[in-house]
Ligand binder design. Structure first.
Ligand SMILES: NC(=O)c1ccc[n+]([C@@H]2O[C@H](COP(=O)([O-])OP(=O)(O)OC[C@H]3O[C@@H](n4cnc5c(N)ncnc54)[C@H](O)[C@@H]3O)[C@@H](O)[C@H]2O)c1
Length: 196
């Protein structure tokens, strides 16, 4: 098993194209694509700057389009592939997250379309919606207002605690496996009961 890391701004098409060209030249195949990069710039819609709108759309949606397209172009020639896109329970709408919800809802539409266009090519495309997972994105809530925003989130989770990155990674591993070969165009929540 060999692993290689590259720092890429996935919202820049040229950088995405370069890294895909490198992977194909060196390894000759791309079997699994996980689009996980994401940012948020929260604020009420009536106060949201066009810059914060665009930045979130660029990273959370357009980058997913760039990477999904690059991967699928190759997977179609190979008649095999797994695309796993990370959305969010916020895609259903969440106060203070118009930009993020729009981008993450876009990821759902993009992925379901890719799934249906490529199902006969042995490619599955699915969405995972994490609920509230303990990562750098959420841990900053502990630093605000004596941790009250964090406590408010905990009260919304039926399981009573934040998920761990491994909870999401386990679902990614399952969707990438042969056991998941008949599962496509699905939206799967990993949220301790938070997303209904
Ligand atoms: N943590 C949660 O509760 C939660 C809930 C729902 C969805 N998500 C989603 O899960 C995914 C992972 O988030 P996380 O919680 O680990 O957040 P995080 O902030 O800890 O990690 C996000 C990662 O994305 C990378 N990234 C940001 N912009 C990038 C760019 N332009 N190019 C390449 N990489 C870039 C960052 O470097 C970072 O490594 C995101 O898509 C996020 O929207 C997280």
């Amino acid at each position: 098993m060999q692993a290689e890391f590259h720092q890429v701004n996935v919202s820049k098409l040229e950088e995405v194209q370069q890294v895909f060209a490198h992977i194909l030249e060196k390894y000759g195949t791309i079997d699994i694509m996980v689009n996980n990069a994401g940012i948020n710039r929260d604020g009420m819609l009536h106060k949201m700057s066009p810059e914060n709108w665009q930045m979130v759309i660029d990273v959370d949606l357009t980058a997913t389009f760039y990477c999904t397209q690059q991967a699928i172009m190759h997977m179609r020639t190979n008649n095999y592939g797994r695309v796993i896109n990370i959305s969010s329970g916020s895609w259903l709408g969440n106060i203070g997250q118009a930009n993020y919800a729009a981008a993450k809802a876009g990821v759902v539409g993009l992925t379901k379309t890719a799934a249906r266009e490529n199902a006969k090519k042995g490619i599955t495309c699915n969405v995972i919606c994490p609920g509230f997972i303990e990562t750098n994105m959420t841990l900053k809530l502990k630093e605000i207002n004596d941790g009250k925003p964090w406590d408010i989130m905990m009260a919304k989770i039926p399981a009573g605690y934040a998920g761990k990155p491994a909870d999401v990674a386990n679902m990614v591993a399952f969707l990438a496996s042969d056991e998941a070969s008949y599962i496509t165009a699905e939206v799967i929540n990993v949220g301790g009961g938070m997303i209904v």
